[in-house]
Each structure stands twice: as C-alpha cells, then as structure tokens.
Ligand binder design. Structure first.
Ligand code: SF4
Length: 186
C-alpha cells in the first residue's frame, strides 16, 4: 500500500511490558477488524501516519542496545504482511526474538499464506480479537480472556507466563507522558 514503507502508529524503542525482557515495540497503523471496545481506535485507519522505509526501521532496531527482541502490535500487523515479512526475514540472522499481536484467530490465519510466512519468524504470538465482555485486567500481555498466547518456537514456553497487569509510563524528550499497557480503567 505504501511501497517499501511500513505505516507506523508509534514506536517505543525500549519497553518491558510487551513480552519477555526489554523490547523494541512497534505499533502498526491500520486495522479493519473493529473490535468493540478497542482502545486503539486511532490506529484503525489505513491512511498514512508515520511512513518509515523498512531499511531505515531495521537500522533503528539494530542500533538499540541490550534489547531481547521486538514486539509488533497495532493496529493489525498482519494487514501489512509484505513489508513485515521482509523486516522479520532481515532480522532472522540476528539474536533478536519476535513477539507479534494479531486480532486474527489461529483458524483464520491458517488460510492466509502470507501470514503463515510471517509467523515462521515469530517466537510468541498473541492471537484473537479483543472482546470487551471478556475483558480481564489481571492478564499478562493481553486484554481479554479469549486472547491466547502461542509459543511458536522453542525459545520460550508457558513457564514464563505469570499472570498480572502491567502498565508502563514513559516521559518523552518534551516532558510529555506516554502511558502504555492495559490500565484498570479505560
Ligand atoms: S484487532 Fe486490535 S487494533 Fe484491531 S480492532 Fe481489535 S483490538 Fe483494536
């Protein structure tokens, strides 16, 4: 849709609440799944937001020291599959692991060949629509109880899941506050 650029909503170069360890977190812009109660509605439109050339994004990720991996969420990462696949394929020789959030269910992903190519490079997948009526604020890494964590590679397993809510507050270079996570009230 935007050539070799990824359409990005937000980047947090260092965060500890979206997967194991310290991570480079990328929110992709654009999602058509329209879950009721989604708190990222500003990330729904597929209109250009921050267009970042994929080569440039790789450089930014690699330049970040001491991260365990990257996390992709949104928006819907699997609605930008071509550039996403390129990104993960390019990182596959690095030591970084990959965690990916998707609103698609595993059964839907099974019939999406490009998504399957992307998932071949993913270590941890959080899958399923956010369902407001199943919201549970004491879950690790997800918002509603139907959303499942799948360990797609041997790098991690279920023993790392210690259910709890995590919220992170960052102060940006202009003194502004950025609150991340799944707050008790929203
Ligand atoms: S998949 Fe995620 S971003 Fe998309 S509508 Fe559902 S909760 Fe919101």
């Amino acid at each position: 849709m935007f050539g070799t650029c990824l359409n990005i909503a937000h980047i947090q170069p260092s965060s500890q609440i979206y997967g194991p360890g310290d991570r480079f977190v990328i929110w992709l812009q654009g999602c058509t799944l329209a879950c009721k109660g989604c708190w990222n509605t500003a990330m729904w439109p597929h209109k250009a937001n921050q267009l970042i050339e994929r080569e440039e994004l790789i450089k930014e990720i690699i330049a970040e020291r001491d991260i365990a991996g990257i996390t992709l969420l949104g928006g819907e990462p699997l609605q930008q599959t071509n550039n996403l696949y390129w990104l993960l394929e390019s990182l596959s020789e690095s030591s970084l692991d990959v965690m990916l959030y998707t609103g698609y269910e595993l059964t839907e992903l099974a019939s999406m060949p490009v998504a399957q190519q992307v998932l071949a490079h993913v270590d941890i997948l959080v899958a399923g629509r956010y369902r407001e009526e199943l919201r549970n604020p004491s879950l690790l890494w997800r918002g509603s109880t139907n959303q499942k964590i799948h360990f797609l590679s041997p790098k991690y397993d279920r023993t790392i899941i210690k259910e709890c809510n995590q919220v992170e507050i960052h102060i940006d270079e202009f003194g502004g506050l950025v609150e991340l996570g799944y707050p008790e009230e929203c």
